[in-house]
Write a protein that binds this ligand. Structure first.
Ligand SMILES: [Zn+2]
Length: 242
């Protein structure tokens, strides 16, 4: 399967505001259970595929009291394990059947498949530590000017890849797994992952933004377009890049 190559299963971002940011005073206190300690391989979750209405519904904000619960911390661990097993670089709660504003992200060499140094540089793809975003709000930086186009795919849309123009950098406000507010800028590939995941929380799929003429089966992506700049796919398949 073409998954070995450029496994960039993502989801999320748009200037729209969805997440409800809670003031710092509202976050729960005390250390939560370590979400990654309590999960075994048998805990993998089933990934929902497109056509399921849950992927098209705006997700509900997570209540900070609920976030502190054992059940929610366990879910975060399960989502991490499921993302790693897929493998993917991001997973949003609606993709595992939970309509809540929660997403996990991570990227690193083990997910880069056969990407060359040159391809990684073009994508600005570097390591991204495991990150939990709860109730995120995503703001594009340099909206309009800084969009970049690359192939991406989605664990909920198996067997397809397509070119999506995304903001090169975004600023994110969210809560982390502990309920601590975070404000952080993501750029390059990490920004793409954030935008893809944020879209999932809004009930959107990358198919809503994809250059439709770029859509390729995983096999044909590997056969024709992997390792080549998106401009060649644009020329070969008949679409224009942003
Ligand atoms: Zn996705």
């Amino acid at each position: 399967m073409g998954r070995r190559h450029d496994p960039m299963l993502l989801r999320a971002a748009d200037p729209s505001t969805v997440g409800a940011m809670l003031p710092p005073g509202d976050r729960f206190s005390g250390r939560p259970r370590r979400y990654h300690d309590a999960v075994g391989a048998t805990d993998l979750l089933t990934i929902v595929e497109c056509g399921d209405p849950i992927l098209r519904r705006p997700a509900d904000p997570v209540d900070t009291v609920d976030l502190a619960s054992e059940e929610m911390q366990h879910l975060i661990g399960q989502m991490r394990a499921t993302m790693e097993a897929a493998p993917g670089v991001g997973l949003a709660a609606p993709q595992v059947g939970r309509s809540i504003q929660l997403a996990v992200l991570a990227d690193g060499p083990e997910r880069w498949g056969q990407l060359s140094e040159e391809e990684r540089t073009a994508r600005e793809r570097g390591p991204l530590d495991f990150t939990v975003l709860v109730n995120p709000v995503v703001h594009p930086i340099d909206a309009g000017a800084g969009r970049v186009s690359f192939f991406e795919g989605c664990l909920s849309v198996p067997g397809l890849m397509g070119v999506v123009a995304r903001h090169r950098a975004v600023r994110v406000e969210a809560l982390d797994a502990d309920g601590t507010p975070l404000a952080r800028v993501f750029s390059g590939w990490a920004a793409r992952i954030v935008q893809h995941e944020f879209d999932h929380l809004l009930g959107r799929l990358y198919l809503d933004r994809v250059e439709t003429r770029s859509l390729s089966s995983s096999e044909n992506y590997v056969r024709y377009w992997a390792g080549r700049p998106p401009s060649e796919a644009a020329h070969g398949l008949g679409f224009t890049l942003d």
